[in-house]
Design a protein around this ligand. Sequence first.
Ligand code: GDP
Ligand code: IMO
Ligand code: MG
Length: 435
Amino acid sequence: MGSTCVVGLQWGDEAKGKIVDLLCDQHEVVVRYQGGANAGHTVVHEGTTYKLSLIPTGILRAGVECVIGNGVVIHPPSLLSEIQRLSSQGVDFHGRLLISDRAHVILPYHMSEERLSEESASAADHIGTTRRGIGPCYRDKVGRVHGVRVADLFHPEEFRERLARIIDFKNRLLQSMLPDFEALDPKLVTEEYLGHAESLRPYVRDTTTWLQKAIAGKKRLLFEGAQGSLLDIDHGSYPYVTSSNSSAAGVGPGSGVPTRFVDRWIGVVKAYTTRVGGGPFPTEQENETGERIRRVGREYGTVTGRPRRCGWFDAVAVRYSAGVSGSTELAVMLLDVLSGIEELNVAVAYELDGRRVESLPASLTDLARCRPIYETVQGWTEDITSVREWADLPAAARDYVTFIARQVGVPASIVSVGPDRRQTIQIPAGIRPSA
Ligand code: GDP
Ligand code: IMO
Ligand code: MG
């Protein structure tokens, strides 16, 4: 035992990367189990900023082994350039990165398919994706006929023949639907991907078996969620979600590790809420408050640079996602961003057609009509970025974290007051604010 899962409980960018980095010294292996290069996880340490996309955050810590599990979708050129970028920042990959041979591969036509669905559908139907080919690749995985896995890249004869058939199909489809689509040359794509396979060969493994052996050898695993539980394909605000199980529900299927081996389930939340892309957001503040949070929290997408939508903490949504992700503790991030706001609102329920609703409705139409019912908590004016102990936070800041934890029904164990690894408060078990 001793394994941990870290997931976001909102719509992504909750600062999961910082928490994973922080916990690396208690784990031997970090595992990504879903998503792909749509993720952007930031770690700041002693003035240097590292950005991770497909590669587990553990790569920044010497000696930690990192697994890209079977549930991840891999775009080989993006992965190779990320390896190169991090290597140039001094990160040593030697023998520490393992890529599942069961992971699915993103091919160039996936980007065109995404362009098709994002640009030619009516504006009301756009998801506002990161355009990394994630959805189309998962669609092919589930559809089975056109799915390509990493293992396939190491059988050149069969791969050449099969990819030629797939590209013929995709060319015909895309040419009929996208006027400016230029047919892909199957030979060029095949040879390009066979070249990528050679570059990736040292890392490719049966990670499922490797992870099972790691558990048998008493290694502690740290599962690093990407996106957030409200973007989960099954449990999120569908269809404005990503195409994988980005809640903790994805751990088993995406890694081959039964979840009974995990005993710590950390739900990461911002002290407020952000969202990138389309979809309902009941507590969104399209006003001075939202702008202030965006400015102070530097809320711009790590992957796409898009301004993030900002709003108050939504305890209804987080209560629901903490349930789905089985959170046993909360990490409350970016608390410093709220310093100086006189009164802080937290949505404790919604009002829908005159009724009080305490759980997240499935229907998008209903969710869009929900009006948050707020409770107001007093803010604080002090700069808290250098506080390191729970007891040293202003009383109002402690009350705010306590209010959130009680509303969600999960104890808070970590509070973050700045991007740096050191700007973190660990709350001792005996005094954790809880339900
Ligand atoms: P992730 O995708 O969940 O890993 O989160 P991102 O890296 O996309 O976004 C979180 C941003 O907040 C990053 O720029 C972090 O450096 C930054 N950050 C993390 N924790 C804190 C904090 O406590 N305070 C502030 N001000 N910034 C933080
Ligand atoms: P991290 O791991 C925030 C959002 C996109 C879009 C939707 C679907 O950094 O928290 P996709 O490209 O996945 O098909 O887009 O999901 N999205 C994210 N939002 N953080 C992320 O990752 C995200 N990854 C995808 O903006 O709304
Ligand atoms: Mg991010």
